[in-house]
Design a binder for this molecule. Structure first.
Ligand SMILES: [Zn+2]
Length: 165
C-alpha cells in the first residue's frame, strides 16, 4: 500500500571491547566483578558504537554487550569515560548473573542494578582522587530531573548538594 519495502533484519556491528579499551583487566574495581574470569570476560566482551549524539554508554539487555556513543567517546572527559566503562562492566556482571535491568514500576534512581553500578563507580572516582563535588557533578545526567538526582545520590549513600533556592 505504501509502495516501499523495508528489510527489517539489520546487522549490528560488534567490535572487540579490548580493541578499544585496554588495561581495564588490571583495575581492582573490575577484578572485583569477575575475579579470575576477568581476562576471559573482557576478551569475549563485544562493543557496539552508535553515532547518535544522545546518550553515553549502556549494556544490551539482549546479550550483554556494551553500547557506546561514538560522539561521547570522542568528546567525553577521560575520567568520566573511565568511570562509565567501570559502571557498564558492573552491568555486564549483572547481566551474566541474569539480573533484570528494567523491572516494571521501578524508577531509574531506585533500580538496584543502577545503584550498585553507581556505587562502584563512585568508589573508584574517590580512589582516583576526584572530590565529592566533582563526583556529584559527574552523577548529573540529563535523563534525571532534580528530584530523581537527589534520590539517586541518597541511594548511593552520598550527601546531596545544597541547591540554592
Ligand atoms: Zn547504569
Amino acid at each position: 500500500m505504501l509502495g516501499v519495502s523495508i528489510q527489517r533484519e539489520a546487522p549490528i556491528e560488534l567490535h572487540r571491547f579490548t580493541d578499544y579499551f585496554q588495561g581495564f583487566e588490571d583495575v581492582d574495581a573490575v577484578r572485583a566483578q569477575f575475579g579470575e574470569e576477568t581476562e576471559r570476560v573482557l576478551t569475549d566482551l563485544k562493543v557496539e558504537f552508535y553515532s547518535s549524539r544522545w546518550g553515553y554508554m549502556g549494556v544490551s539487555d539482549q546479550d550483554g554487550h556494551i553500547l557506546v556513543s561514538a560522539h561521547y567517546l570522542r568528546r567525553g572527559e577521560e575520567r568520566e569515560l573511565y568511570l562509565d566503562v567501570i559502571h557498564e562492566l558492573v552491568h555486564v556482571r549483572q547481566f551474566r548473573e541474569g539480573k533484570e535491568f528494567f523491572p516494571d514500576g521501578v524508577d531509574y534512581p531506585d533500580l538496584e542494578t543502577e545503584i550498585e553500578a553507581y556505587r562502584v563507580a563512585v568508589e573508584e572516582a574517590r580512589r582516583i582522587g576526584m572530590t565529592e563535588e566533582e563526583i556529584l557533578e559527574y552523577l548529573k545526567v540529563p535523563w534525571m530531573d532534580e528530584e530523581e538526582y537527589g534520590r539517586l545520590v541518597a541511594n548511593i549513600g552520598m550527601e546531596a548538594p545544597v541547591t540554592p533556592a
